[in-house]
Design a protein around this ligand. Sequence first.
Ligand SMILES: Nc1nc2c([nH]c(=O)n2[C@H]2C[C@H](O)[C@@H](COP(=O)(O)OP(=O)(O)OP(=O)(O)O)O2)c(=O)[nH]1
Length: 384
Amino acid sequence: MANSTMKSIKHSPGKNEIRKINAITYVNVAVAVIYHQNQYLLGFRDGSQHQGNRYEFVGGKIDGHETAKQALIREVAEETGIDIASNIAVKLGRLHHDYGDKQVCLLVYKVALSTQQYEAHKHRKQGLEGQALTWVDKSKLLAGDYNLPAANKTILEWLRLPAQIAITYPLAHFSDADHSATAWLQYHAAHLAQDTWVYVRPKATNKDTESNVKQLLRLRPDIHVIMPSALTEALTESLNSNEANEIAINCQIVASHLTQTQLMQWSDSHQGKDVSECNSALSYYSSYPLIISCHDAESIYAANKLAHARLEQQLSPIIGIFLSPVLVTKSHPETTPLGWQAWAELTALADMPVIGLGGLSPMMSVQAVQYGGVAVAGIRQFFQ
Ligand SMILES: Nc1nc2c([nH]c(=O)n2[C@H]2C[C@H](O)[C@@H](COP(=O)(O)OP(=O)(O)OP(=O)(O)O)O2)c(=O)[nH]1
C-alpha cells in the first residue's frame, strides 16, 4: 500500500490507495453503479462495517498497485461474480467525503450490463461475500427510498442527468417574426420532446425573458430546465408566492448554469487557497445544483476545486460540466473545435460528469460515452 501527499486535487487519480488533501487522509474507493435499463444493483453493508446497515453500490478500496478501473473490475467480480472487464465503465466523477471517523474519496463509474449479464445475475439475492444484493427501480433509488451513505447523495444527483440536453435558440433566431418573444415561446413549447432537460439560454435577463421562461414552464410542466444563474435568481425571487403553479415551476428547475467566466472569477479570487479556505463556494447559488461551462484544463481544475469546496460546505453539488466545442458549430464557425480525442483527454480531468457540446447530434451520445463523457447537448437537432 503506497502513500502520497498531495496539495491539491487537480490531477487525475493516481494509483495510490491513500491520498492526503489539506492534511486530510482520504481512502480511495472504486464505486460501480451497475445497472440494466431501469434496474440498479445495490448491496447491503454488514452492521460491523464502516457505514454499516446501509445500502451501497458495489465497490471497495483501491489497492496500491491498481488503477481505479482495475479495482472496479476486481471488486465487482469479488463481490458479485459479474465480469465487467469488457463493459464500458463511464466515469461519473470523484468526490471526497469526511465521515468524521473516516475520509473517503469515491471514484464513481456507471456500468451498463448486457441483457445476457443481467439475466445471469438478476435472481442472485446474495453476493459472494455473503452480503445481500438487490435490484431496485431507478425511480425509487433516486427518490431516496434506500438508505445509502451520505456521500452517495451526490452520486444520485449525477444519475439524474439524461443522455441528451436541448438548448433553446436565442431570441434573435426569431427576429423575422412579428413578435419574436412569442415566436420563441411557441417554437419551444411545441418542439421540445416529452420530459426533456432543456438549458434555457435567453442571452439577456430582464422582465420579458423572465415572463417568457415562466410561460414556457407553465405550458410544458413535463420539462426540466437549467437556467443561467442570474435568471435562476431572478425567477426564484419572483416565485416566492405560495401559489401551487409557482411551486410546481420551482420543481422544474434542475440546475443553475455558470459560465466559464463566472467560474474563473471565483477561481481567481481563491487563487492559492486550499479547498478548506474557500469559504465562499458561491453559496448564493446553493439551492440548485450547478452545471458549469468549461473549455480548457484550467477551468476544469477550477470546477473541481469549486465542487470539492461546495461538498465540504454542504451546498448542492456540481452535477456536470458542458465541455465545448467538441466539433465545429454553425454559430461559431471560426472557433477551432477540440475534436473527440482532446475532448476525451480533458474529460478525464473532471471530477464530475461531462456533457459534450458543439456541433453534436443526439445520436452522438454514444460517442460521448466512448470518449469518457455521459451526455451531449445542442440546439438544432435536439428539437422534434
Ligand atoms: N462500496 C461502497 N462504499 C461506499 C459507498 N459510499 C460510501 O460512502 N462508501 C464508503 C464506505 C466505506 O468507508 C468505503 C468503502 O470501503 P470498504 O470497507 O467497503 O472497502 P473494501 O470493500 O475494500 O472493504 P474491507 O476490505 O475494508 O472490508 O467507502 C458505496 O456506494 N459503495
